[in-house]
Every structure is written in structure tokens, then in C-alpha cells.
Design a protein around this ligand. Sequence first.
Ligand SMILES: NC(=O)C1=CN([C@@H]2O[C@H](COP(=O)(O)OP(=O)(O)OC[C@H]3O[C@@H](n4cnc5c(N)ncnc54)[C@H](O)[C@@H]3O)[C@@H](O)[C@H]2O)C=CC1
Ligand SMILES: CCCCCC(=O)/C=C/C=C\C/C=C\C/C=C\CCCC(=O)O
Length: 267
Amino acid sequence: MDRRMHLVGKVALVTGGASGMGCGFAEALLKAAAKVCIADINVETGVATESDLRQQYGHENVMFSKCNITSATEFEAVFKRTKEAFGGIDIVVNNAGIGGETDENWEQTVDVNMKGTLRGLRLAMYYLSVEHGGRGGCIVNVASMTGLNPNPLSPVYGCTKAGIIHATRCYVVSEAAKKSNIRLNVLCPAFVDTPMFRRLAAGDATQTIGGDQTAVTAFIERIGVLSTEEVSVALIDILTDETRNGLILRCAKKTGNVYSTLTVQDV
Ligand SMILES: NC(=O)C1=CN([C@@H]2O[C@H](COP(=O)(O)OP(=O)(O)OC[C@H]3O[C@@H](n4cnc5c(N)ncnc54)[C@H](O)[C@@H]3O)[C@@H](O)[C@H]2O)C=CC1
Ligand SMILES: CCCCCC(=O)/C=C/C=C\C/C=C\C/C=C\CCCC(=O)O
């Protein structure tokens, strides 16, 4: 039996799609002939990305929708708009996220990464579910290797990413996912060359709880840095291979792509 999900004509919503990894994901989906809504808080970059992608992949296949994922109203409006414009939603990539560990910004990191992603996950479950007019599909949540490996420089960020991993695992075993044939997986990249990463690499003091930048640089050199195209290949593999469900996909420059589950202990 063919277990590939063909992406031609499929409709995807990608949060944080204006730049960085999200923009790479949008482009990879468009190359596979899907239709994409990029949702992002940054209107200027979002409109520019929309225009660029429209020129390359067709006006009718791309839309930008302004959305702050911390706003329930804005986020729900994006789902509605995408469904109206493209006739349904098959794929949701909850990718938008920020770094930030200072006394002033750490709660914002929780609001965006944890609450925002949970909001996107809940909306995706609703809009993909058959009982609410959906047609099943695939949800990919973007966490990070820091959600699995402890990192002293970014405990809050790491916690939000661990939360995203666990939330994904919980929804995977839900009746709602099974009833509507919704697959859920979580992507855990190590460093990827994006504006967010470049801020960290440049020593932006608002991104970590501080420390020796020489050590950060050495750490980055040891781990290596992926391109957005390399992470996009991982995303497309998750989407197209319908046997992929409930999985954590670690992506790192030196180790490549490694799928796993977390062990569940019998109690
Ligand atoms: N770059 C890296 O090394 C890694 C990044 N990640 C995760 O990948 C995801 C994407 O990150 P990058 O592309 O690196 O970052 P980025 O900063 O380059 O792009 C993030 C995008 O999300 C948007 N965004 C931020 N807050 C938002 C909000 N409240 N509502 C809607 N959109 C919002 C930004 O405007 C931006 O376009 C994030 O969740 C990040 O934590 C995970 C592992 C490694
Ligand atoms: C193996 C660690 C991979 C980290 C991947 C990641 O999520 C990168 C995010 C980049 C910028 C976000 C800002 C800061 C927090 C993230 C990671 C801190 C790691 C710093 C270090 O120990 O060198």
C-alpha cells in the first residue's frame, strides 16, 4: 500500500512563516505544490515574504495573515481565513517561537512558545477534526533539542520546548486524533541558521541567562549549524511518510535526522 501523503494541493498553515525556519518550511511546501498560509506577527517581513513566494510559486498558492499567536482572536481568525481562502486545512506547522531569559522577557518566552503553541495545537486539532468539518491531516510542532537535553543557559526556553514535546505526545494518544486520522509529530532541531540563531551567536544578552560567549561559540562549533533547507527536508519527510506518527525527530548537523519516541513507563 502507498503510505506517502502527497502534498499536491494540500493546504498548510505555518506560524512564524515570515522568516527563518518557517519561511523555509513554506517554500519547501510550495515546491511540493501545496498551498500555504504564512502567519506571523511581523507584518513588514510577512508581506515581503508573501510577495516573494507569490512571484515564484503563484499568487493563488500563498497568503500572508498577520497573527500574534498569543492572541486567541487573531489566531482563530487565521485558521478561518485559511479555510475560506483554500477550502480546508490539511497541515499545521506550529513553528513561531522566541528566545529570552532575562527578568524582563522570560514570561514572554513562556507566553509565546508554550501558550501560543498550545493554542495553535488546540486550534489545529479542532480544524482538522472530522466532526468540525475537517479532513484529518498532520500537525508538526517545532520544539528544539533543548527540550530534550538540559541546557544551563536557557532553562525557560528549554522548558517551553519540553512542554511542546509533551503536549504533542498527549494529543497523539487522544481519541480525537485517532477518530479523525490526525498525525502529530515534533521536530527538535539543534542550531539552524536563522535570524534567531544569529542573535544568539552574536552574543545578544537577552537570549540566555548569560555566560561566557567564547563557550557558546565553542558549543555552536561543536554541534554545527543546519541550513533552513536541511530542516525543511526533515519536515517534508514527516509530512509525506504517513507511517510517521507520535515521533520526535531530532535534527543536527553532525548526527543527521534521528526519529525516536520517549519511553512510557508502565505504572
Ligand atoms: N534557529 C535555531 O537554531 C532553532 C530554532 N528553533 C525553533 O524554531 C522556531 C523558528 O525559529 P527561527 O526560525 O530560528 O526564528 P526566527 O526568529 O528566525 O523566526 C521566528 C518567526 O516567528 C515570528 N514570531 C515571533 N513571535 C511571534 C508571535 N507571537 N506570533 C506570531 N509569530 C511570531 C517572528 O516574527 C519570526 O518571523 C522557533 O520555535 C524556535 O524556537 C528550534 C531549534 C533551533
Ligand atoms: C543543542 C542545543 C540546540 C539549541 C537549539 C535552539 O533551540 C536554538 C535556538 C537559538 C536561539 C534561541 C536563543 C537562546 C536559547 C537557545 C539555546 C541556548 C544554547 C546556548 C548554549 O549553550 O550555547
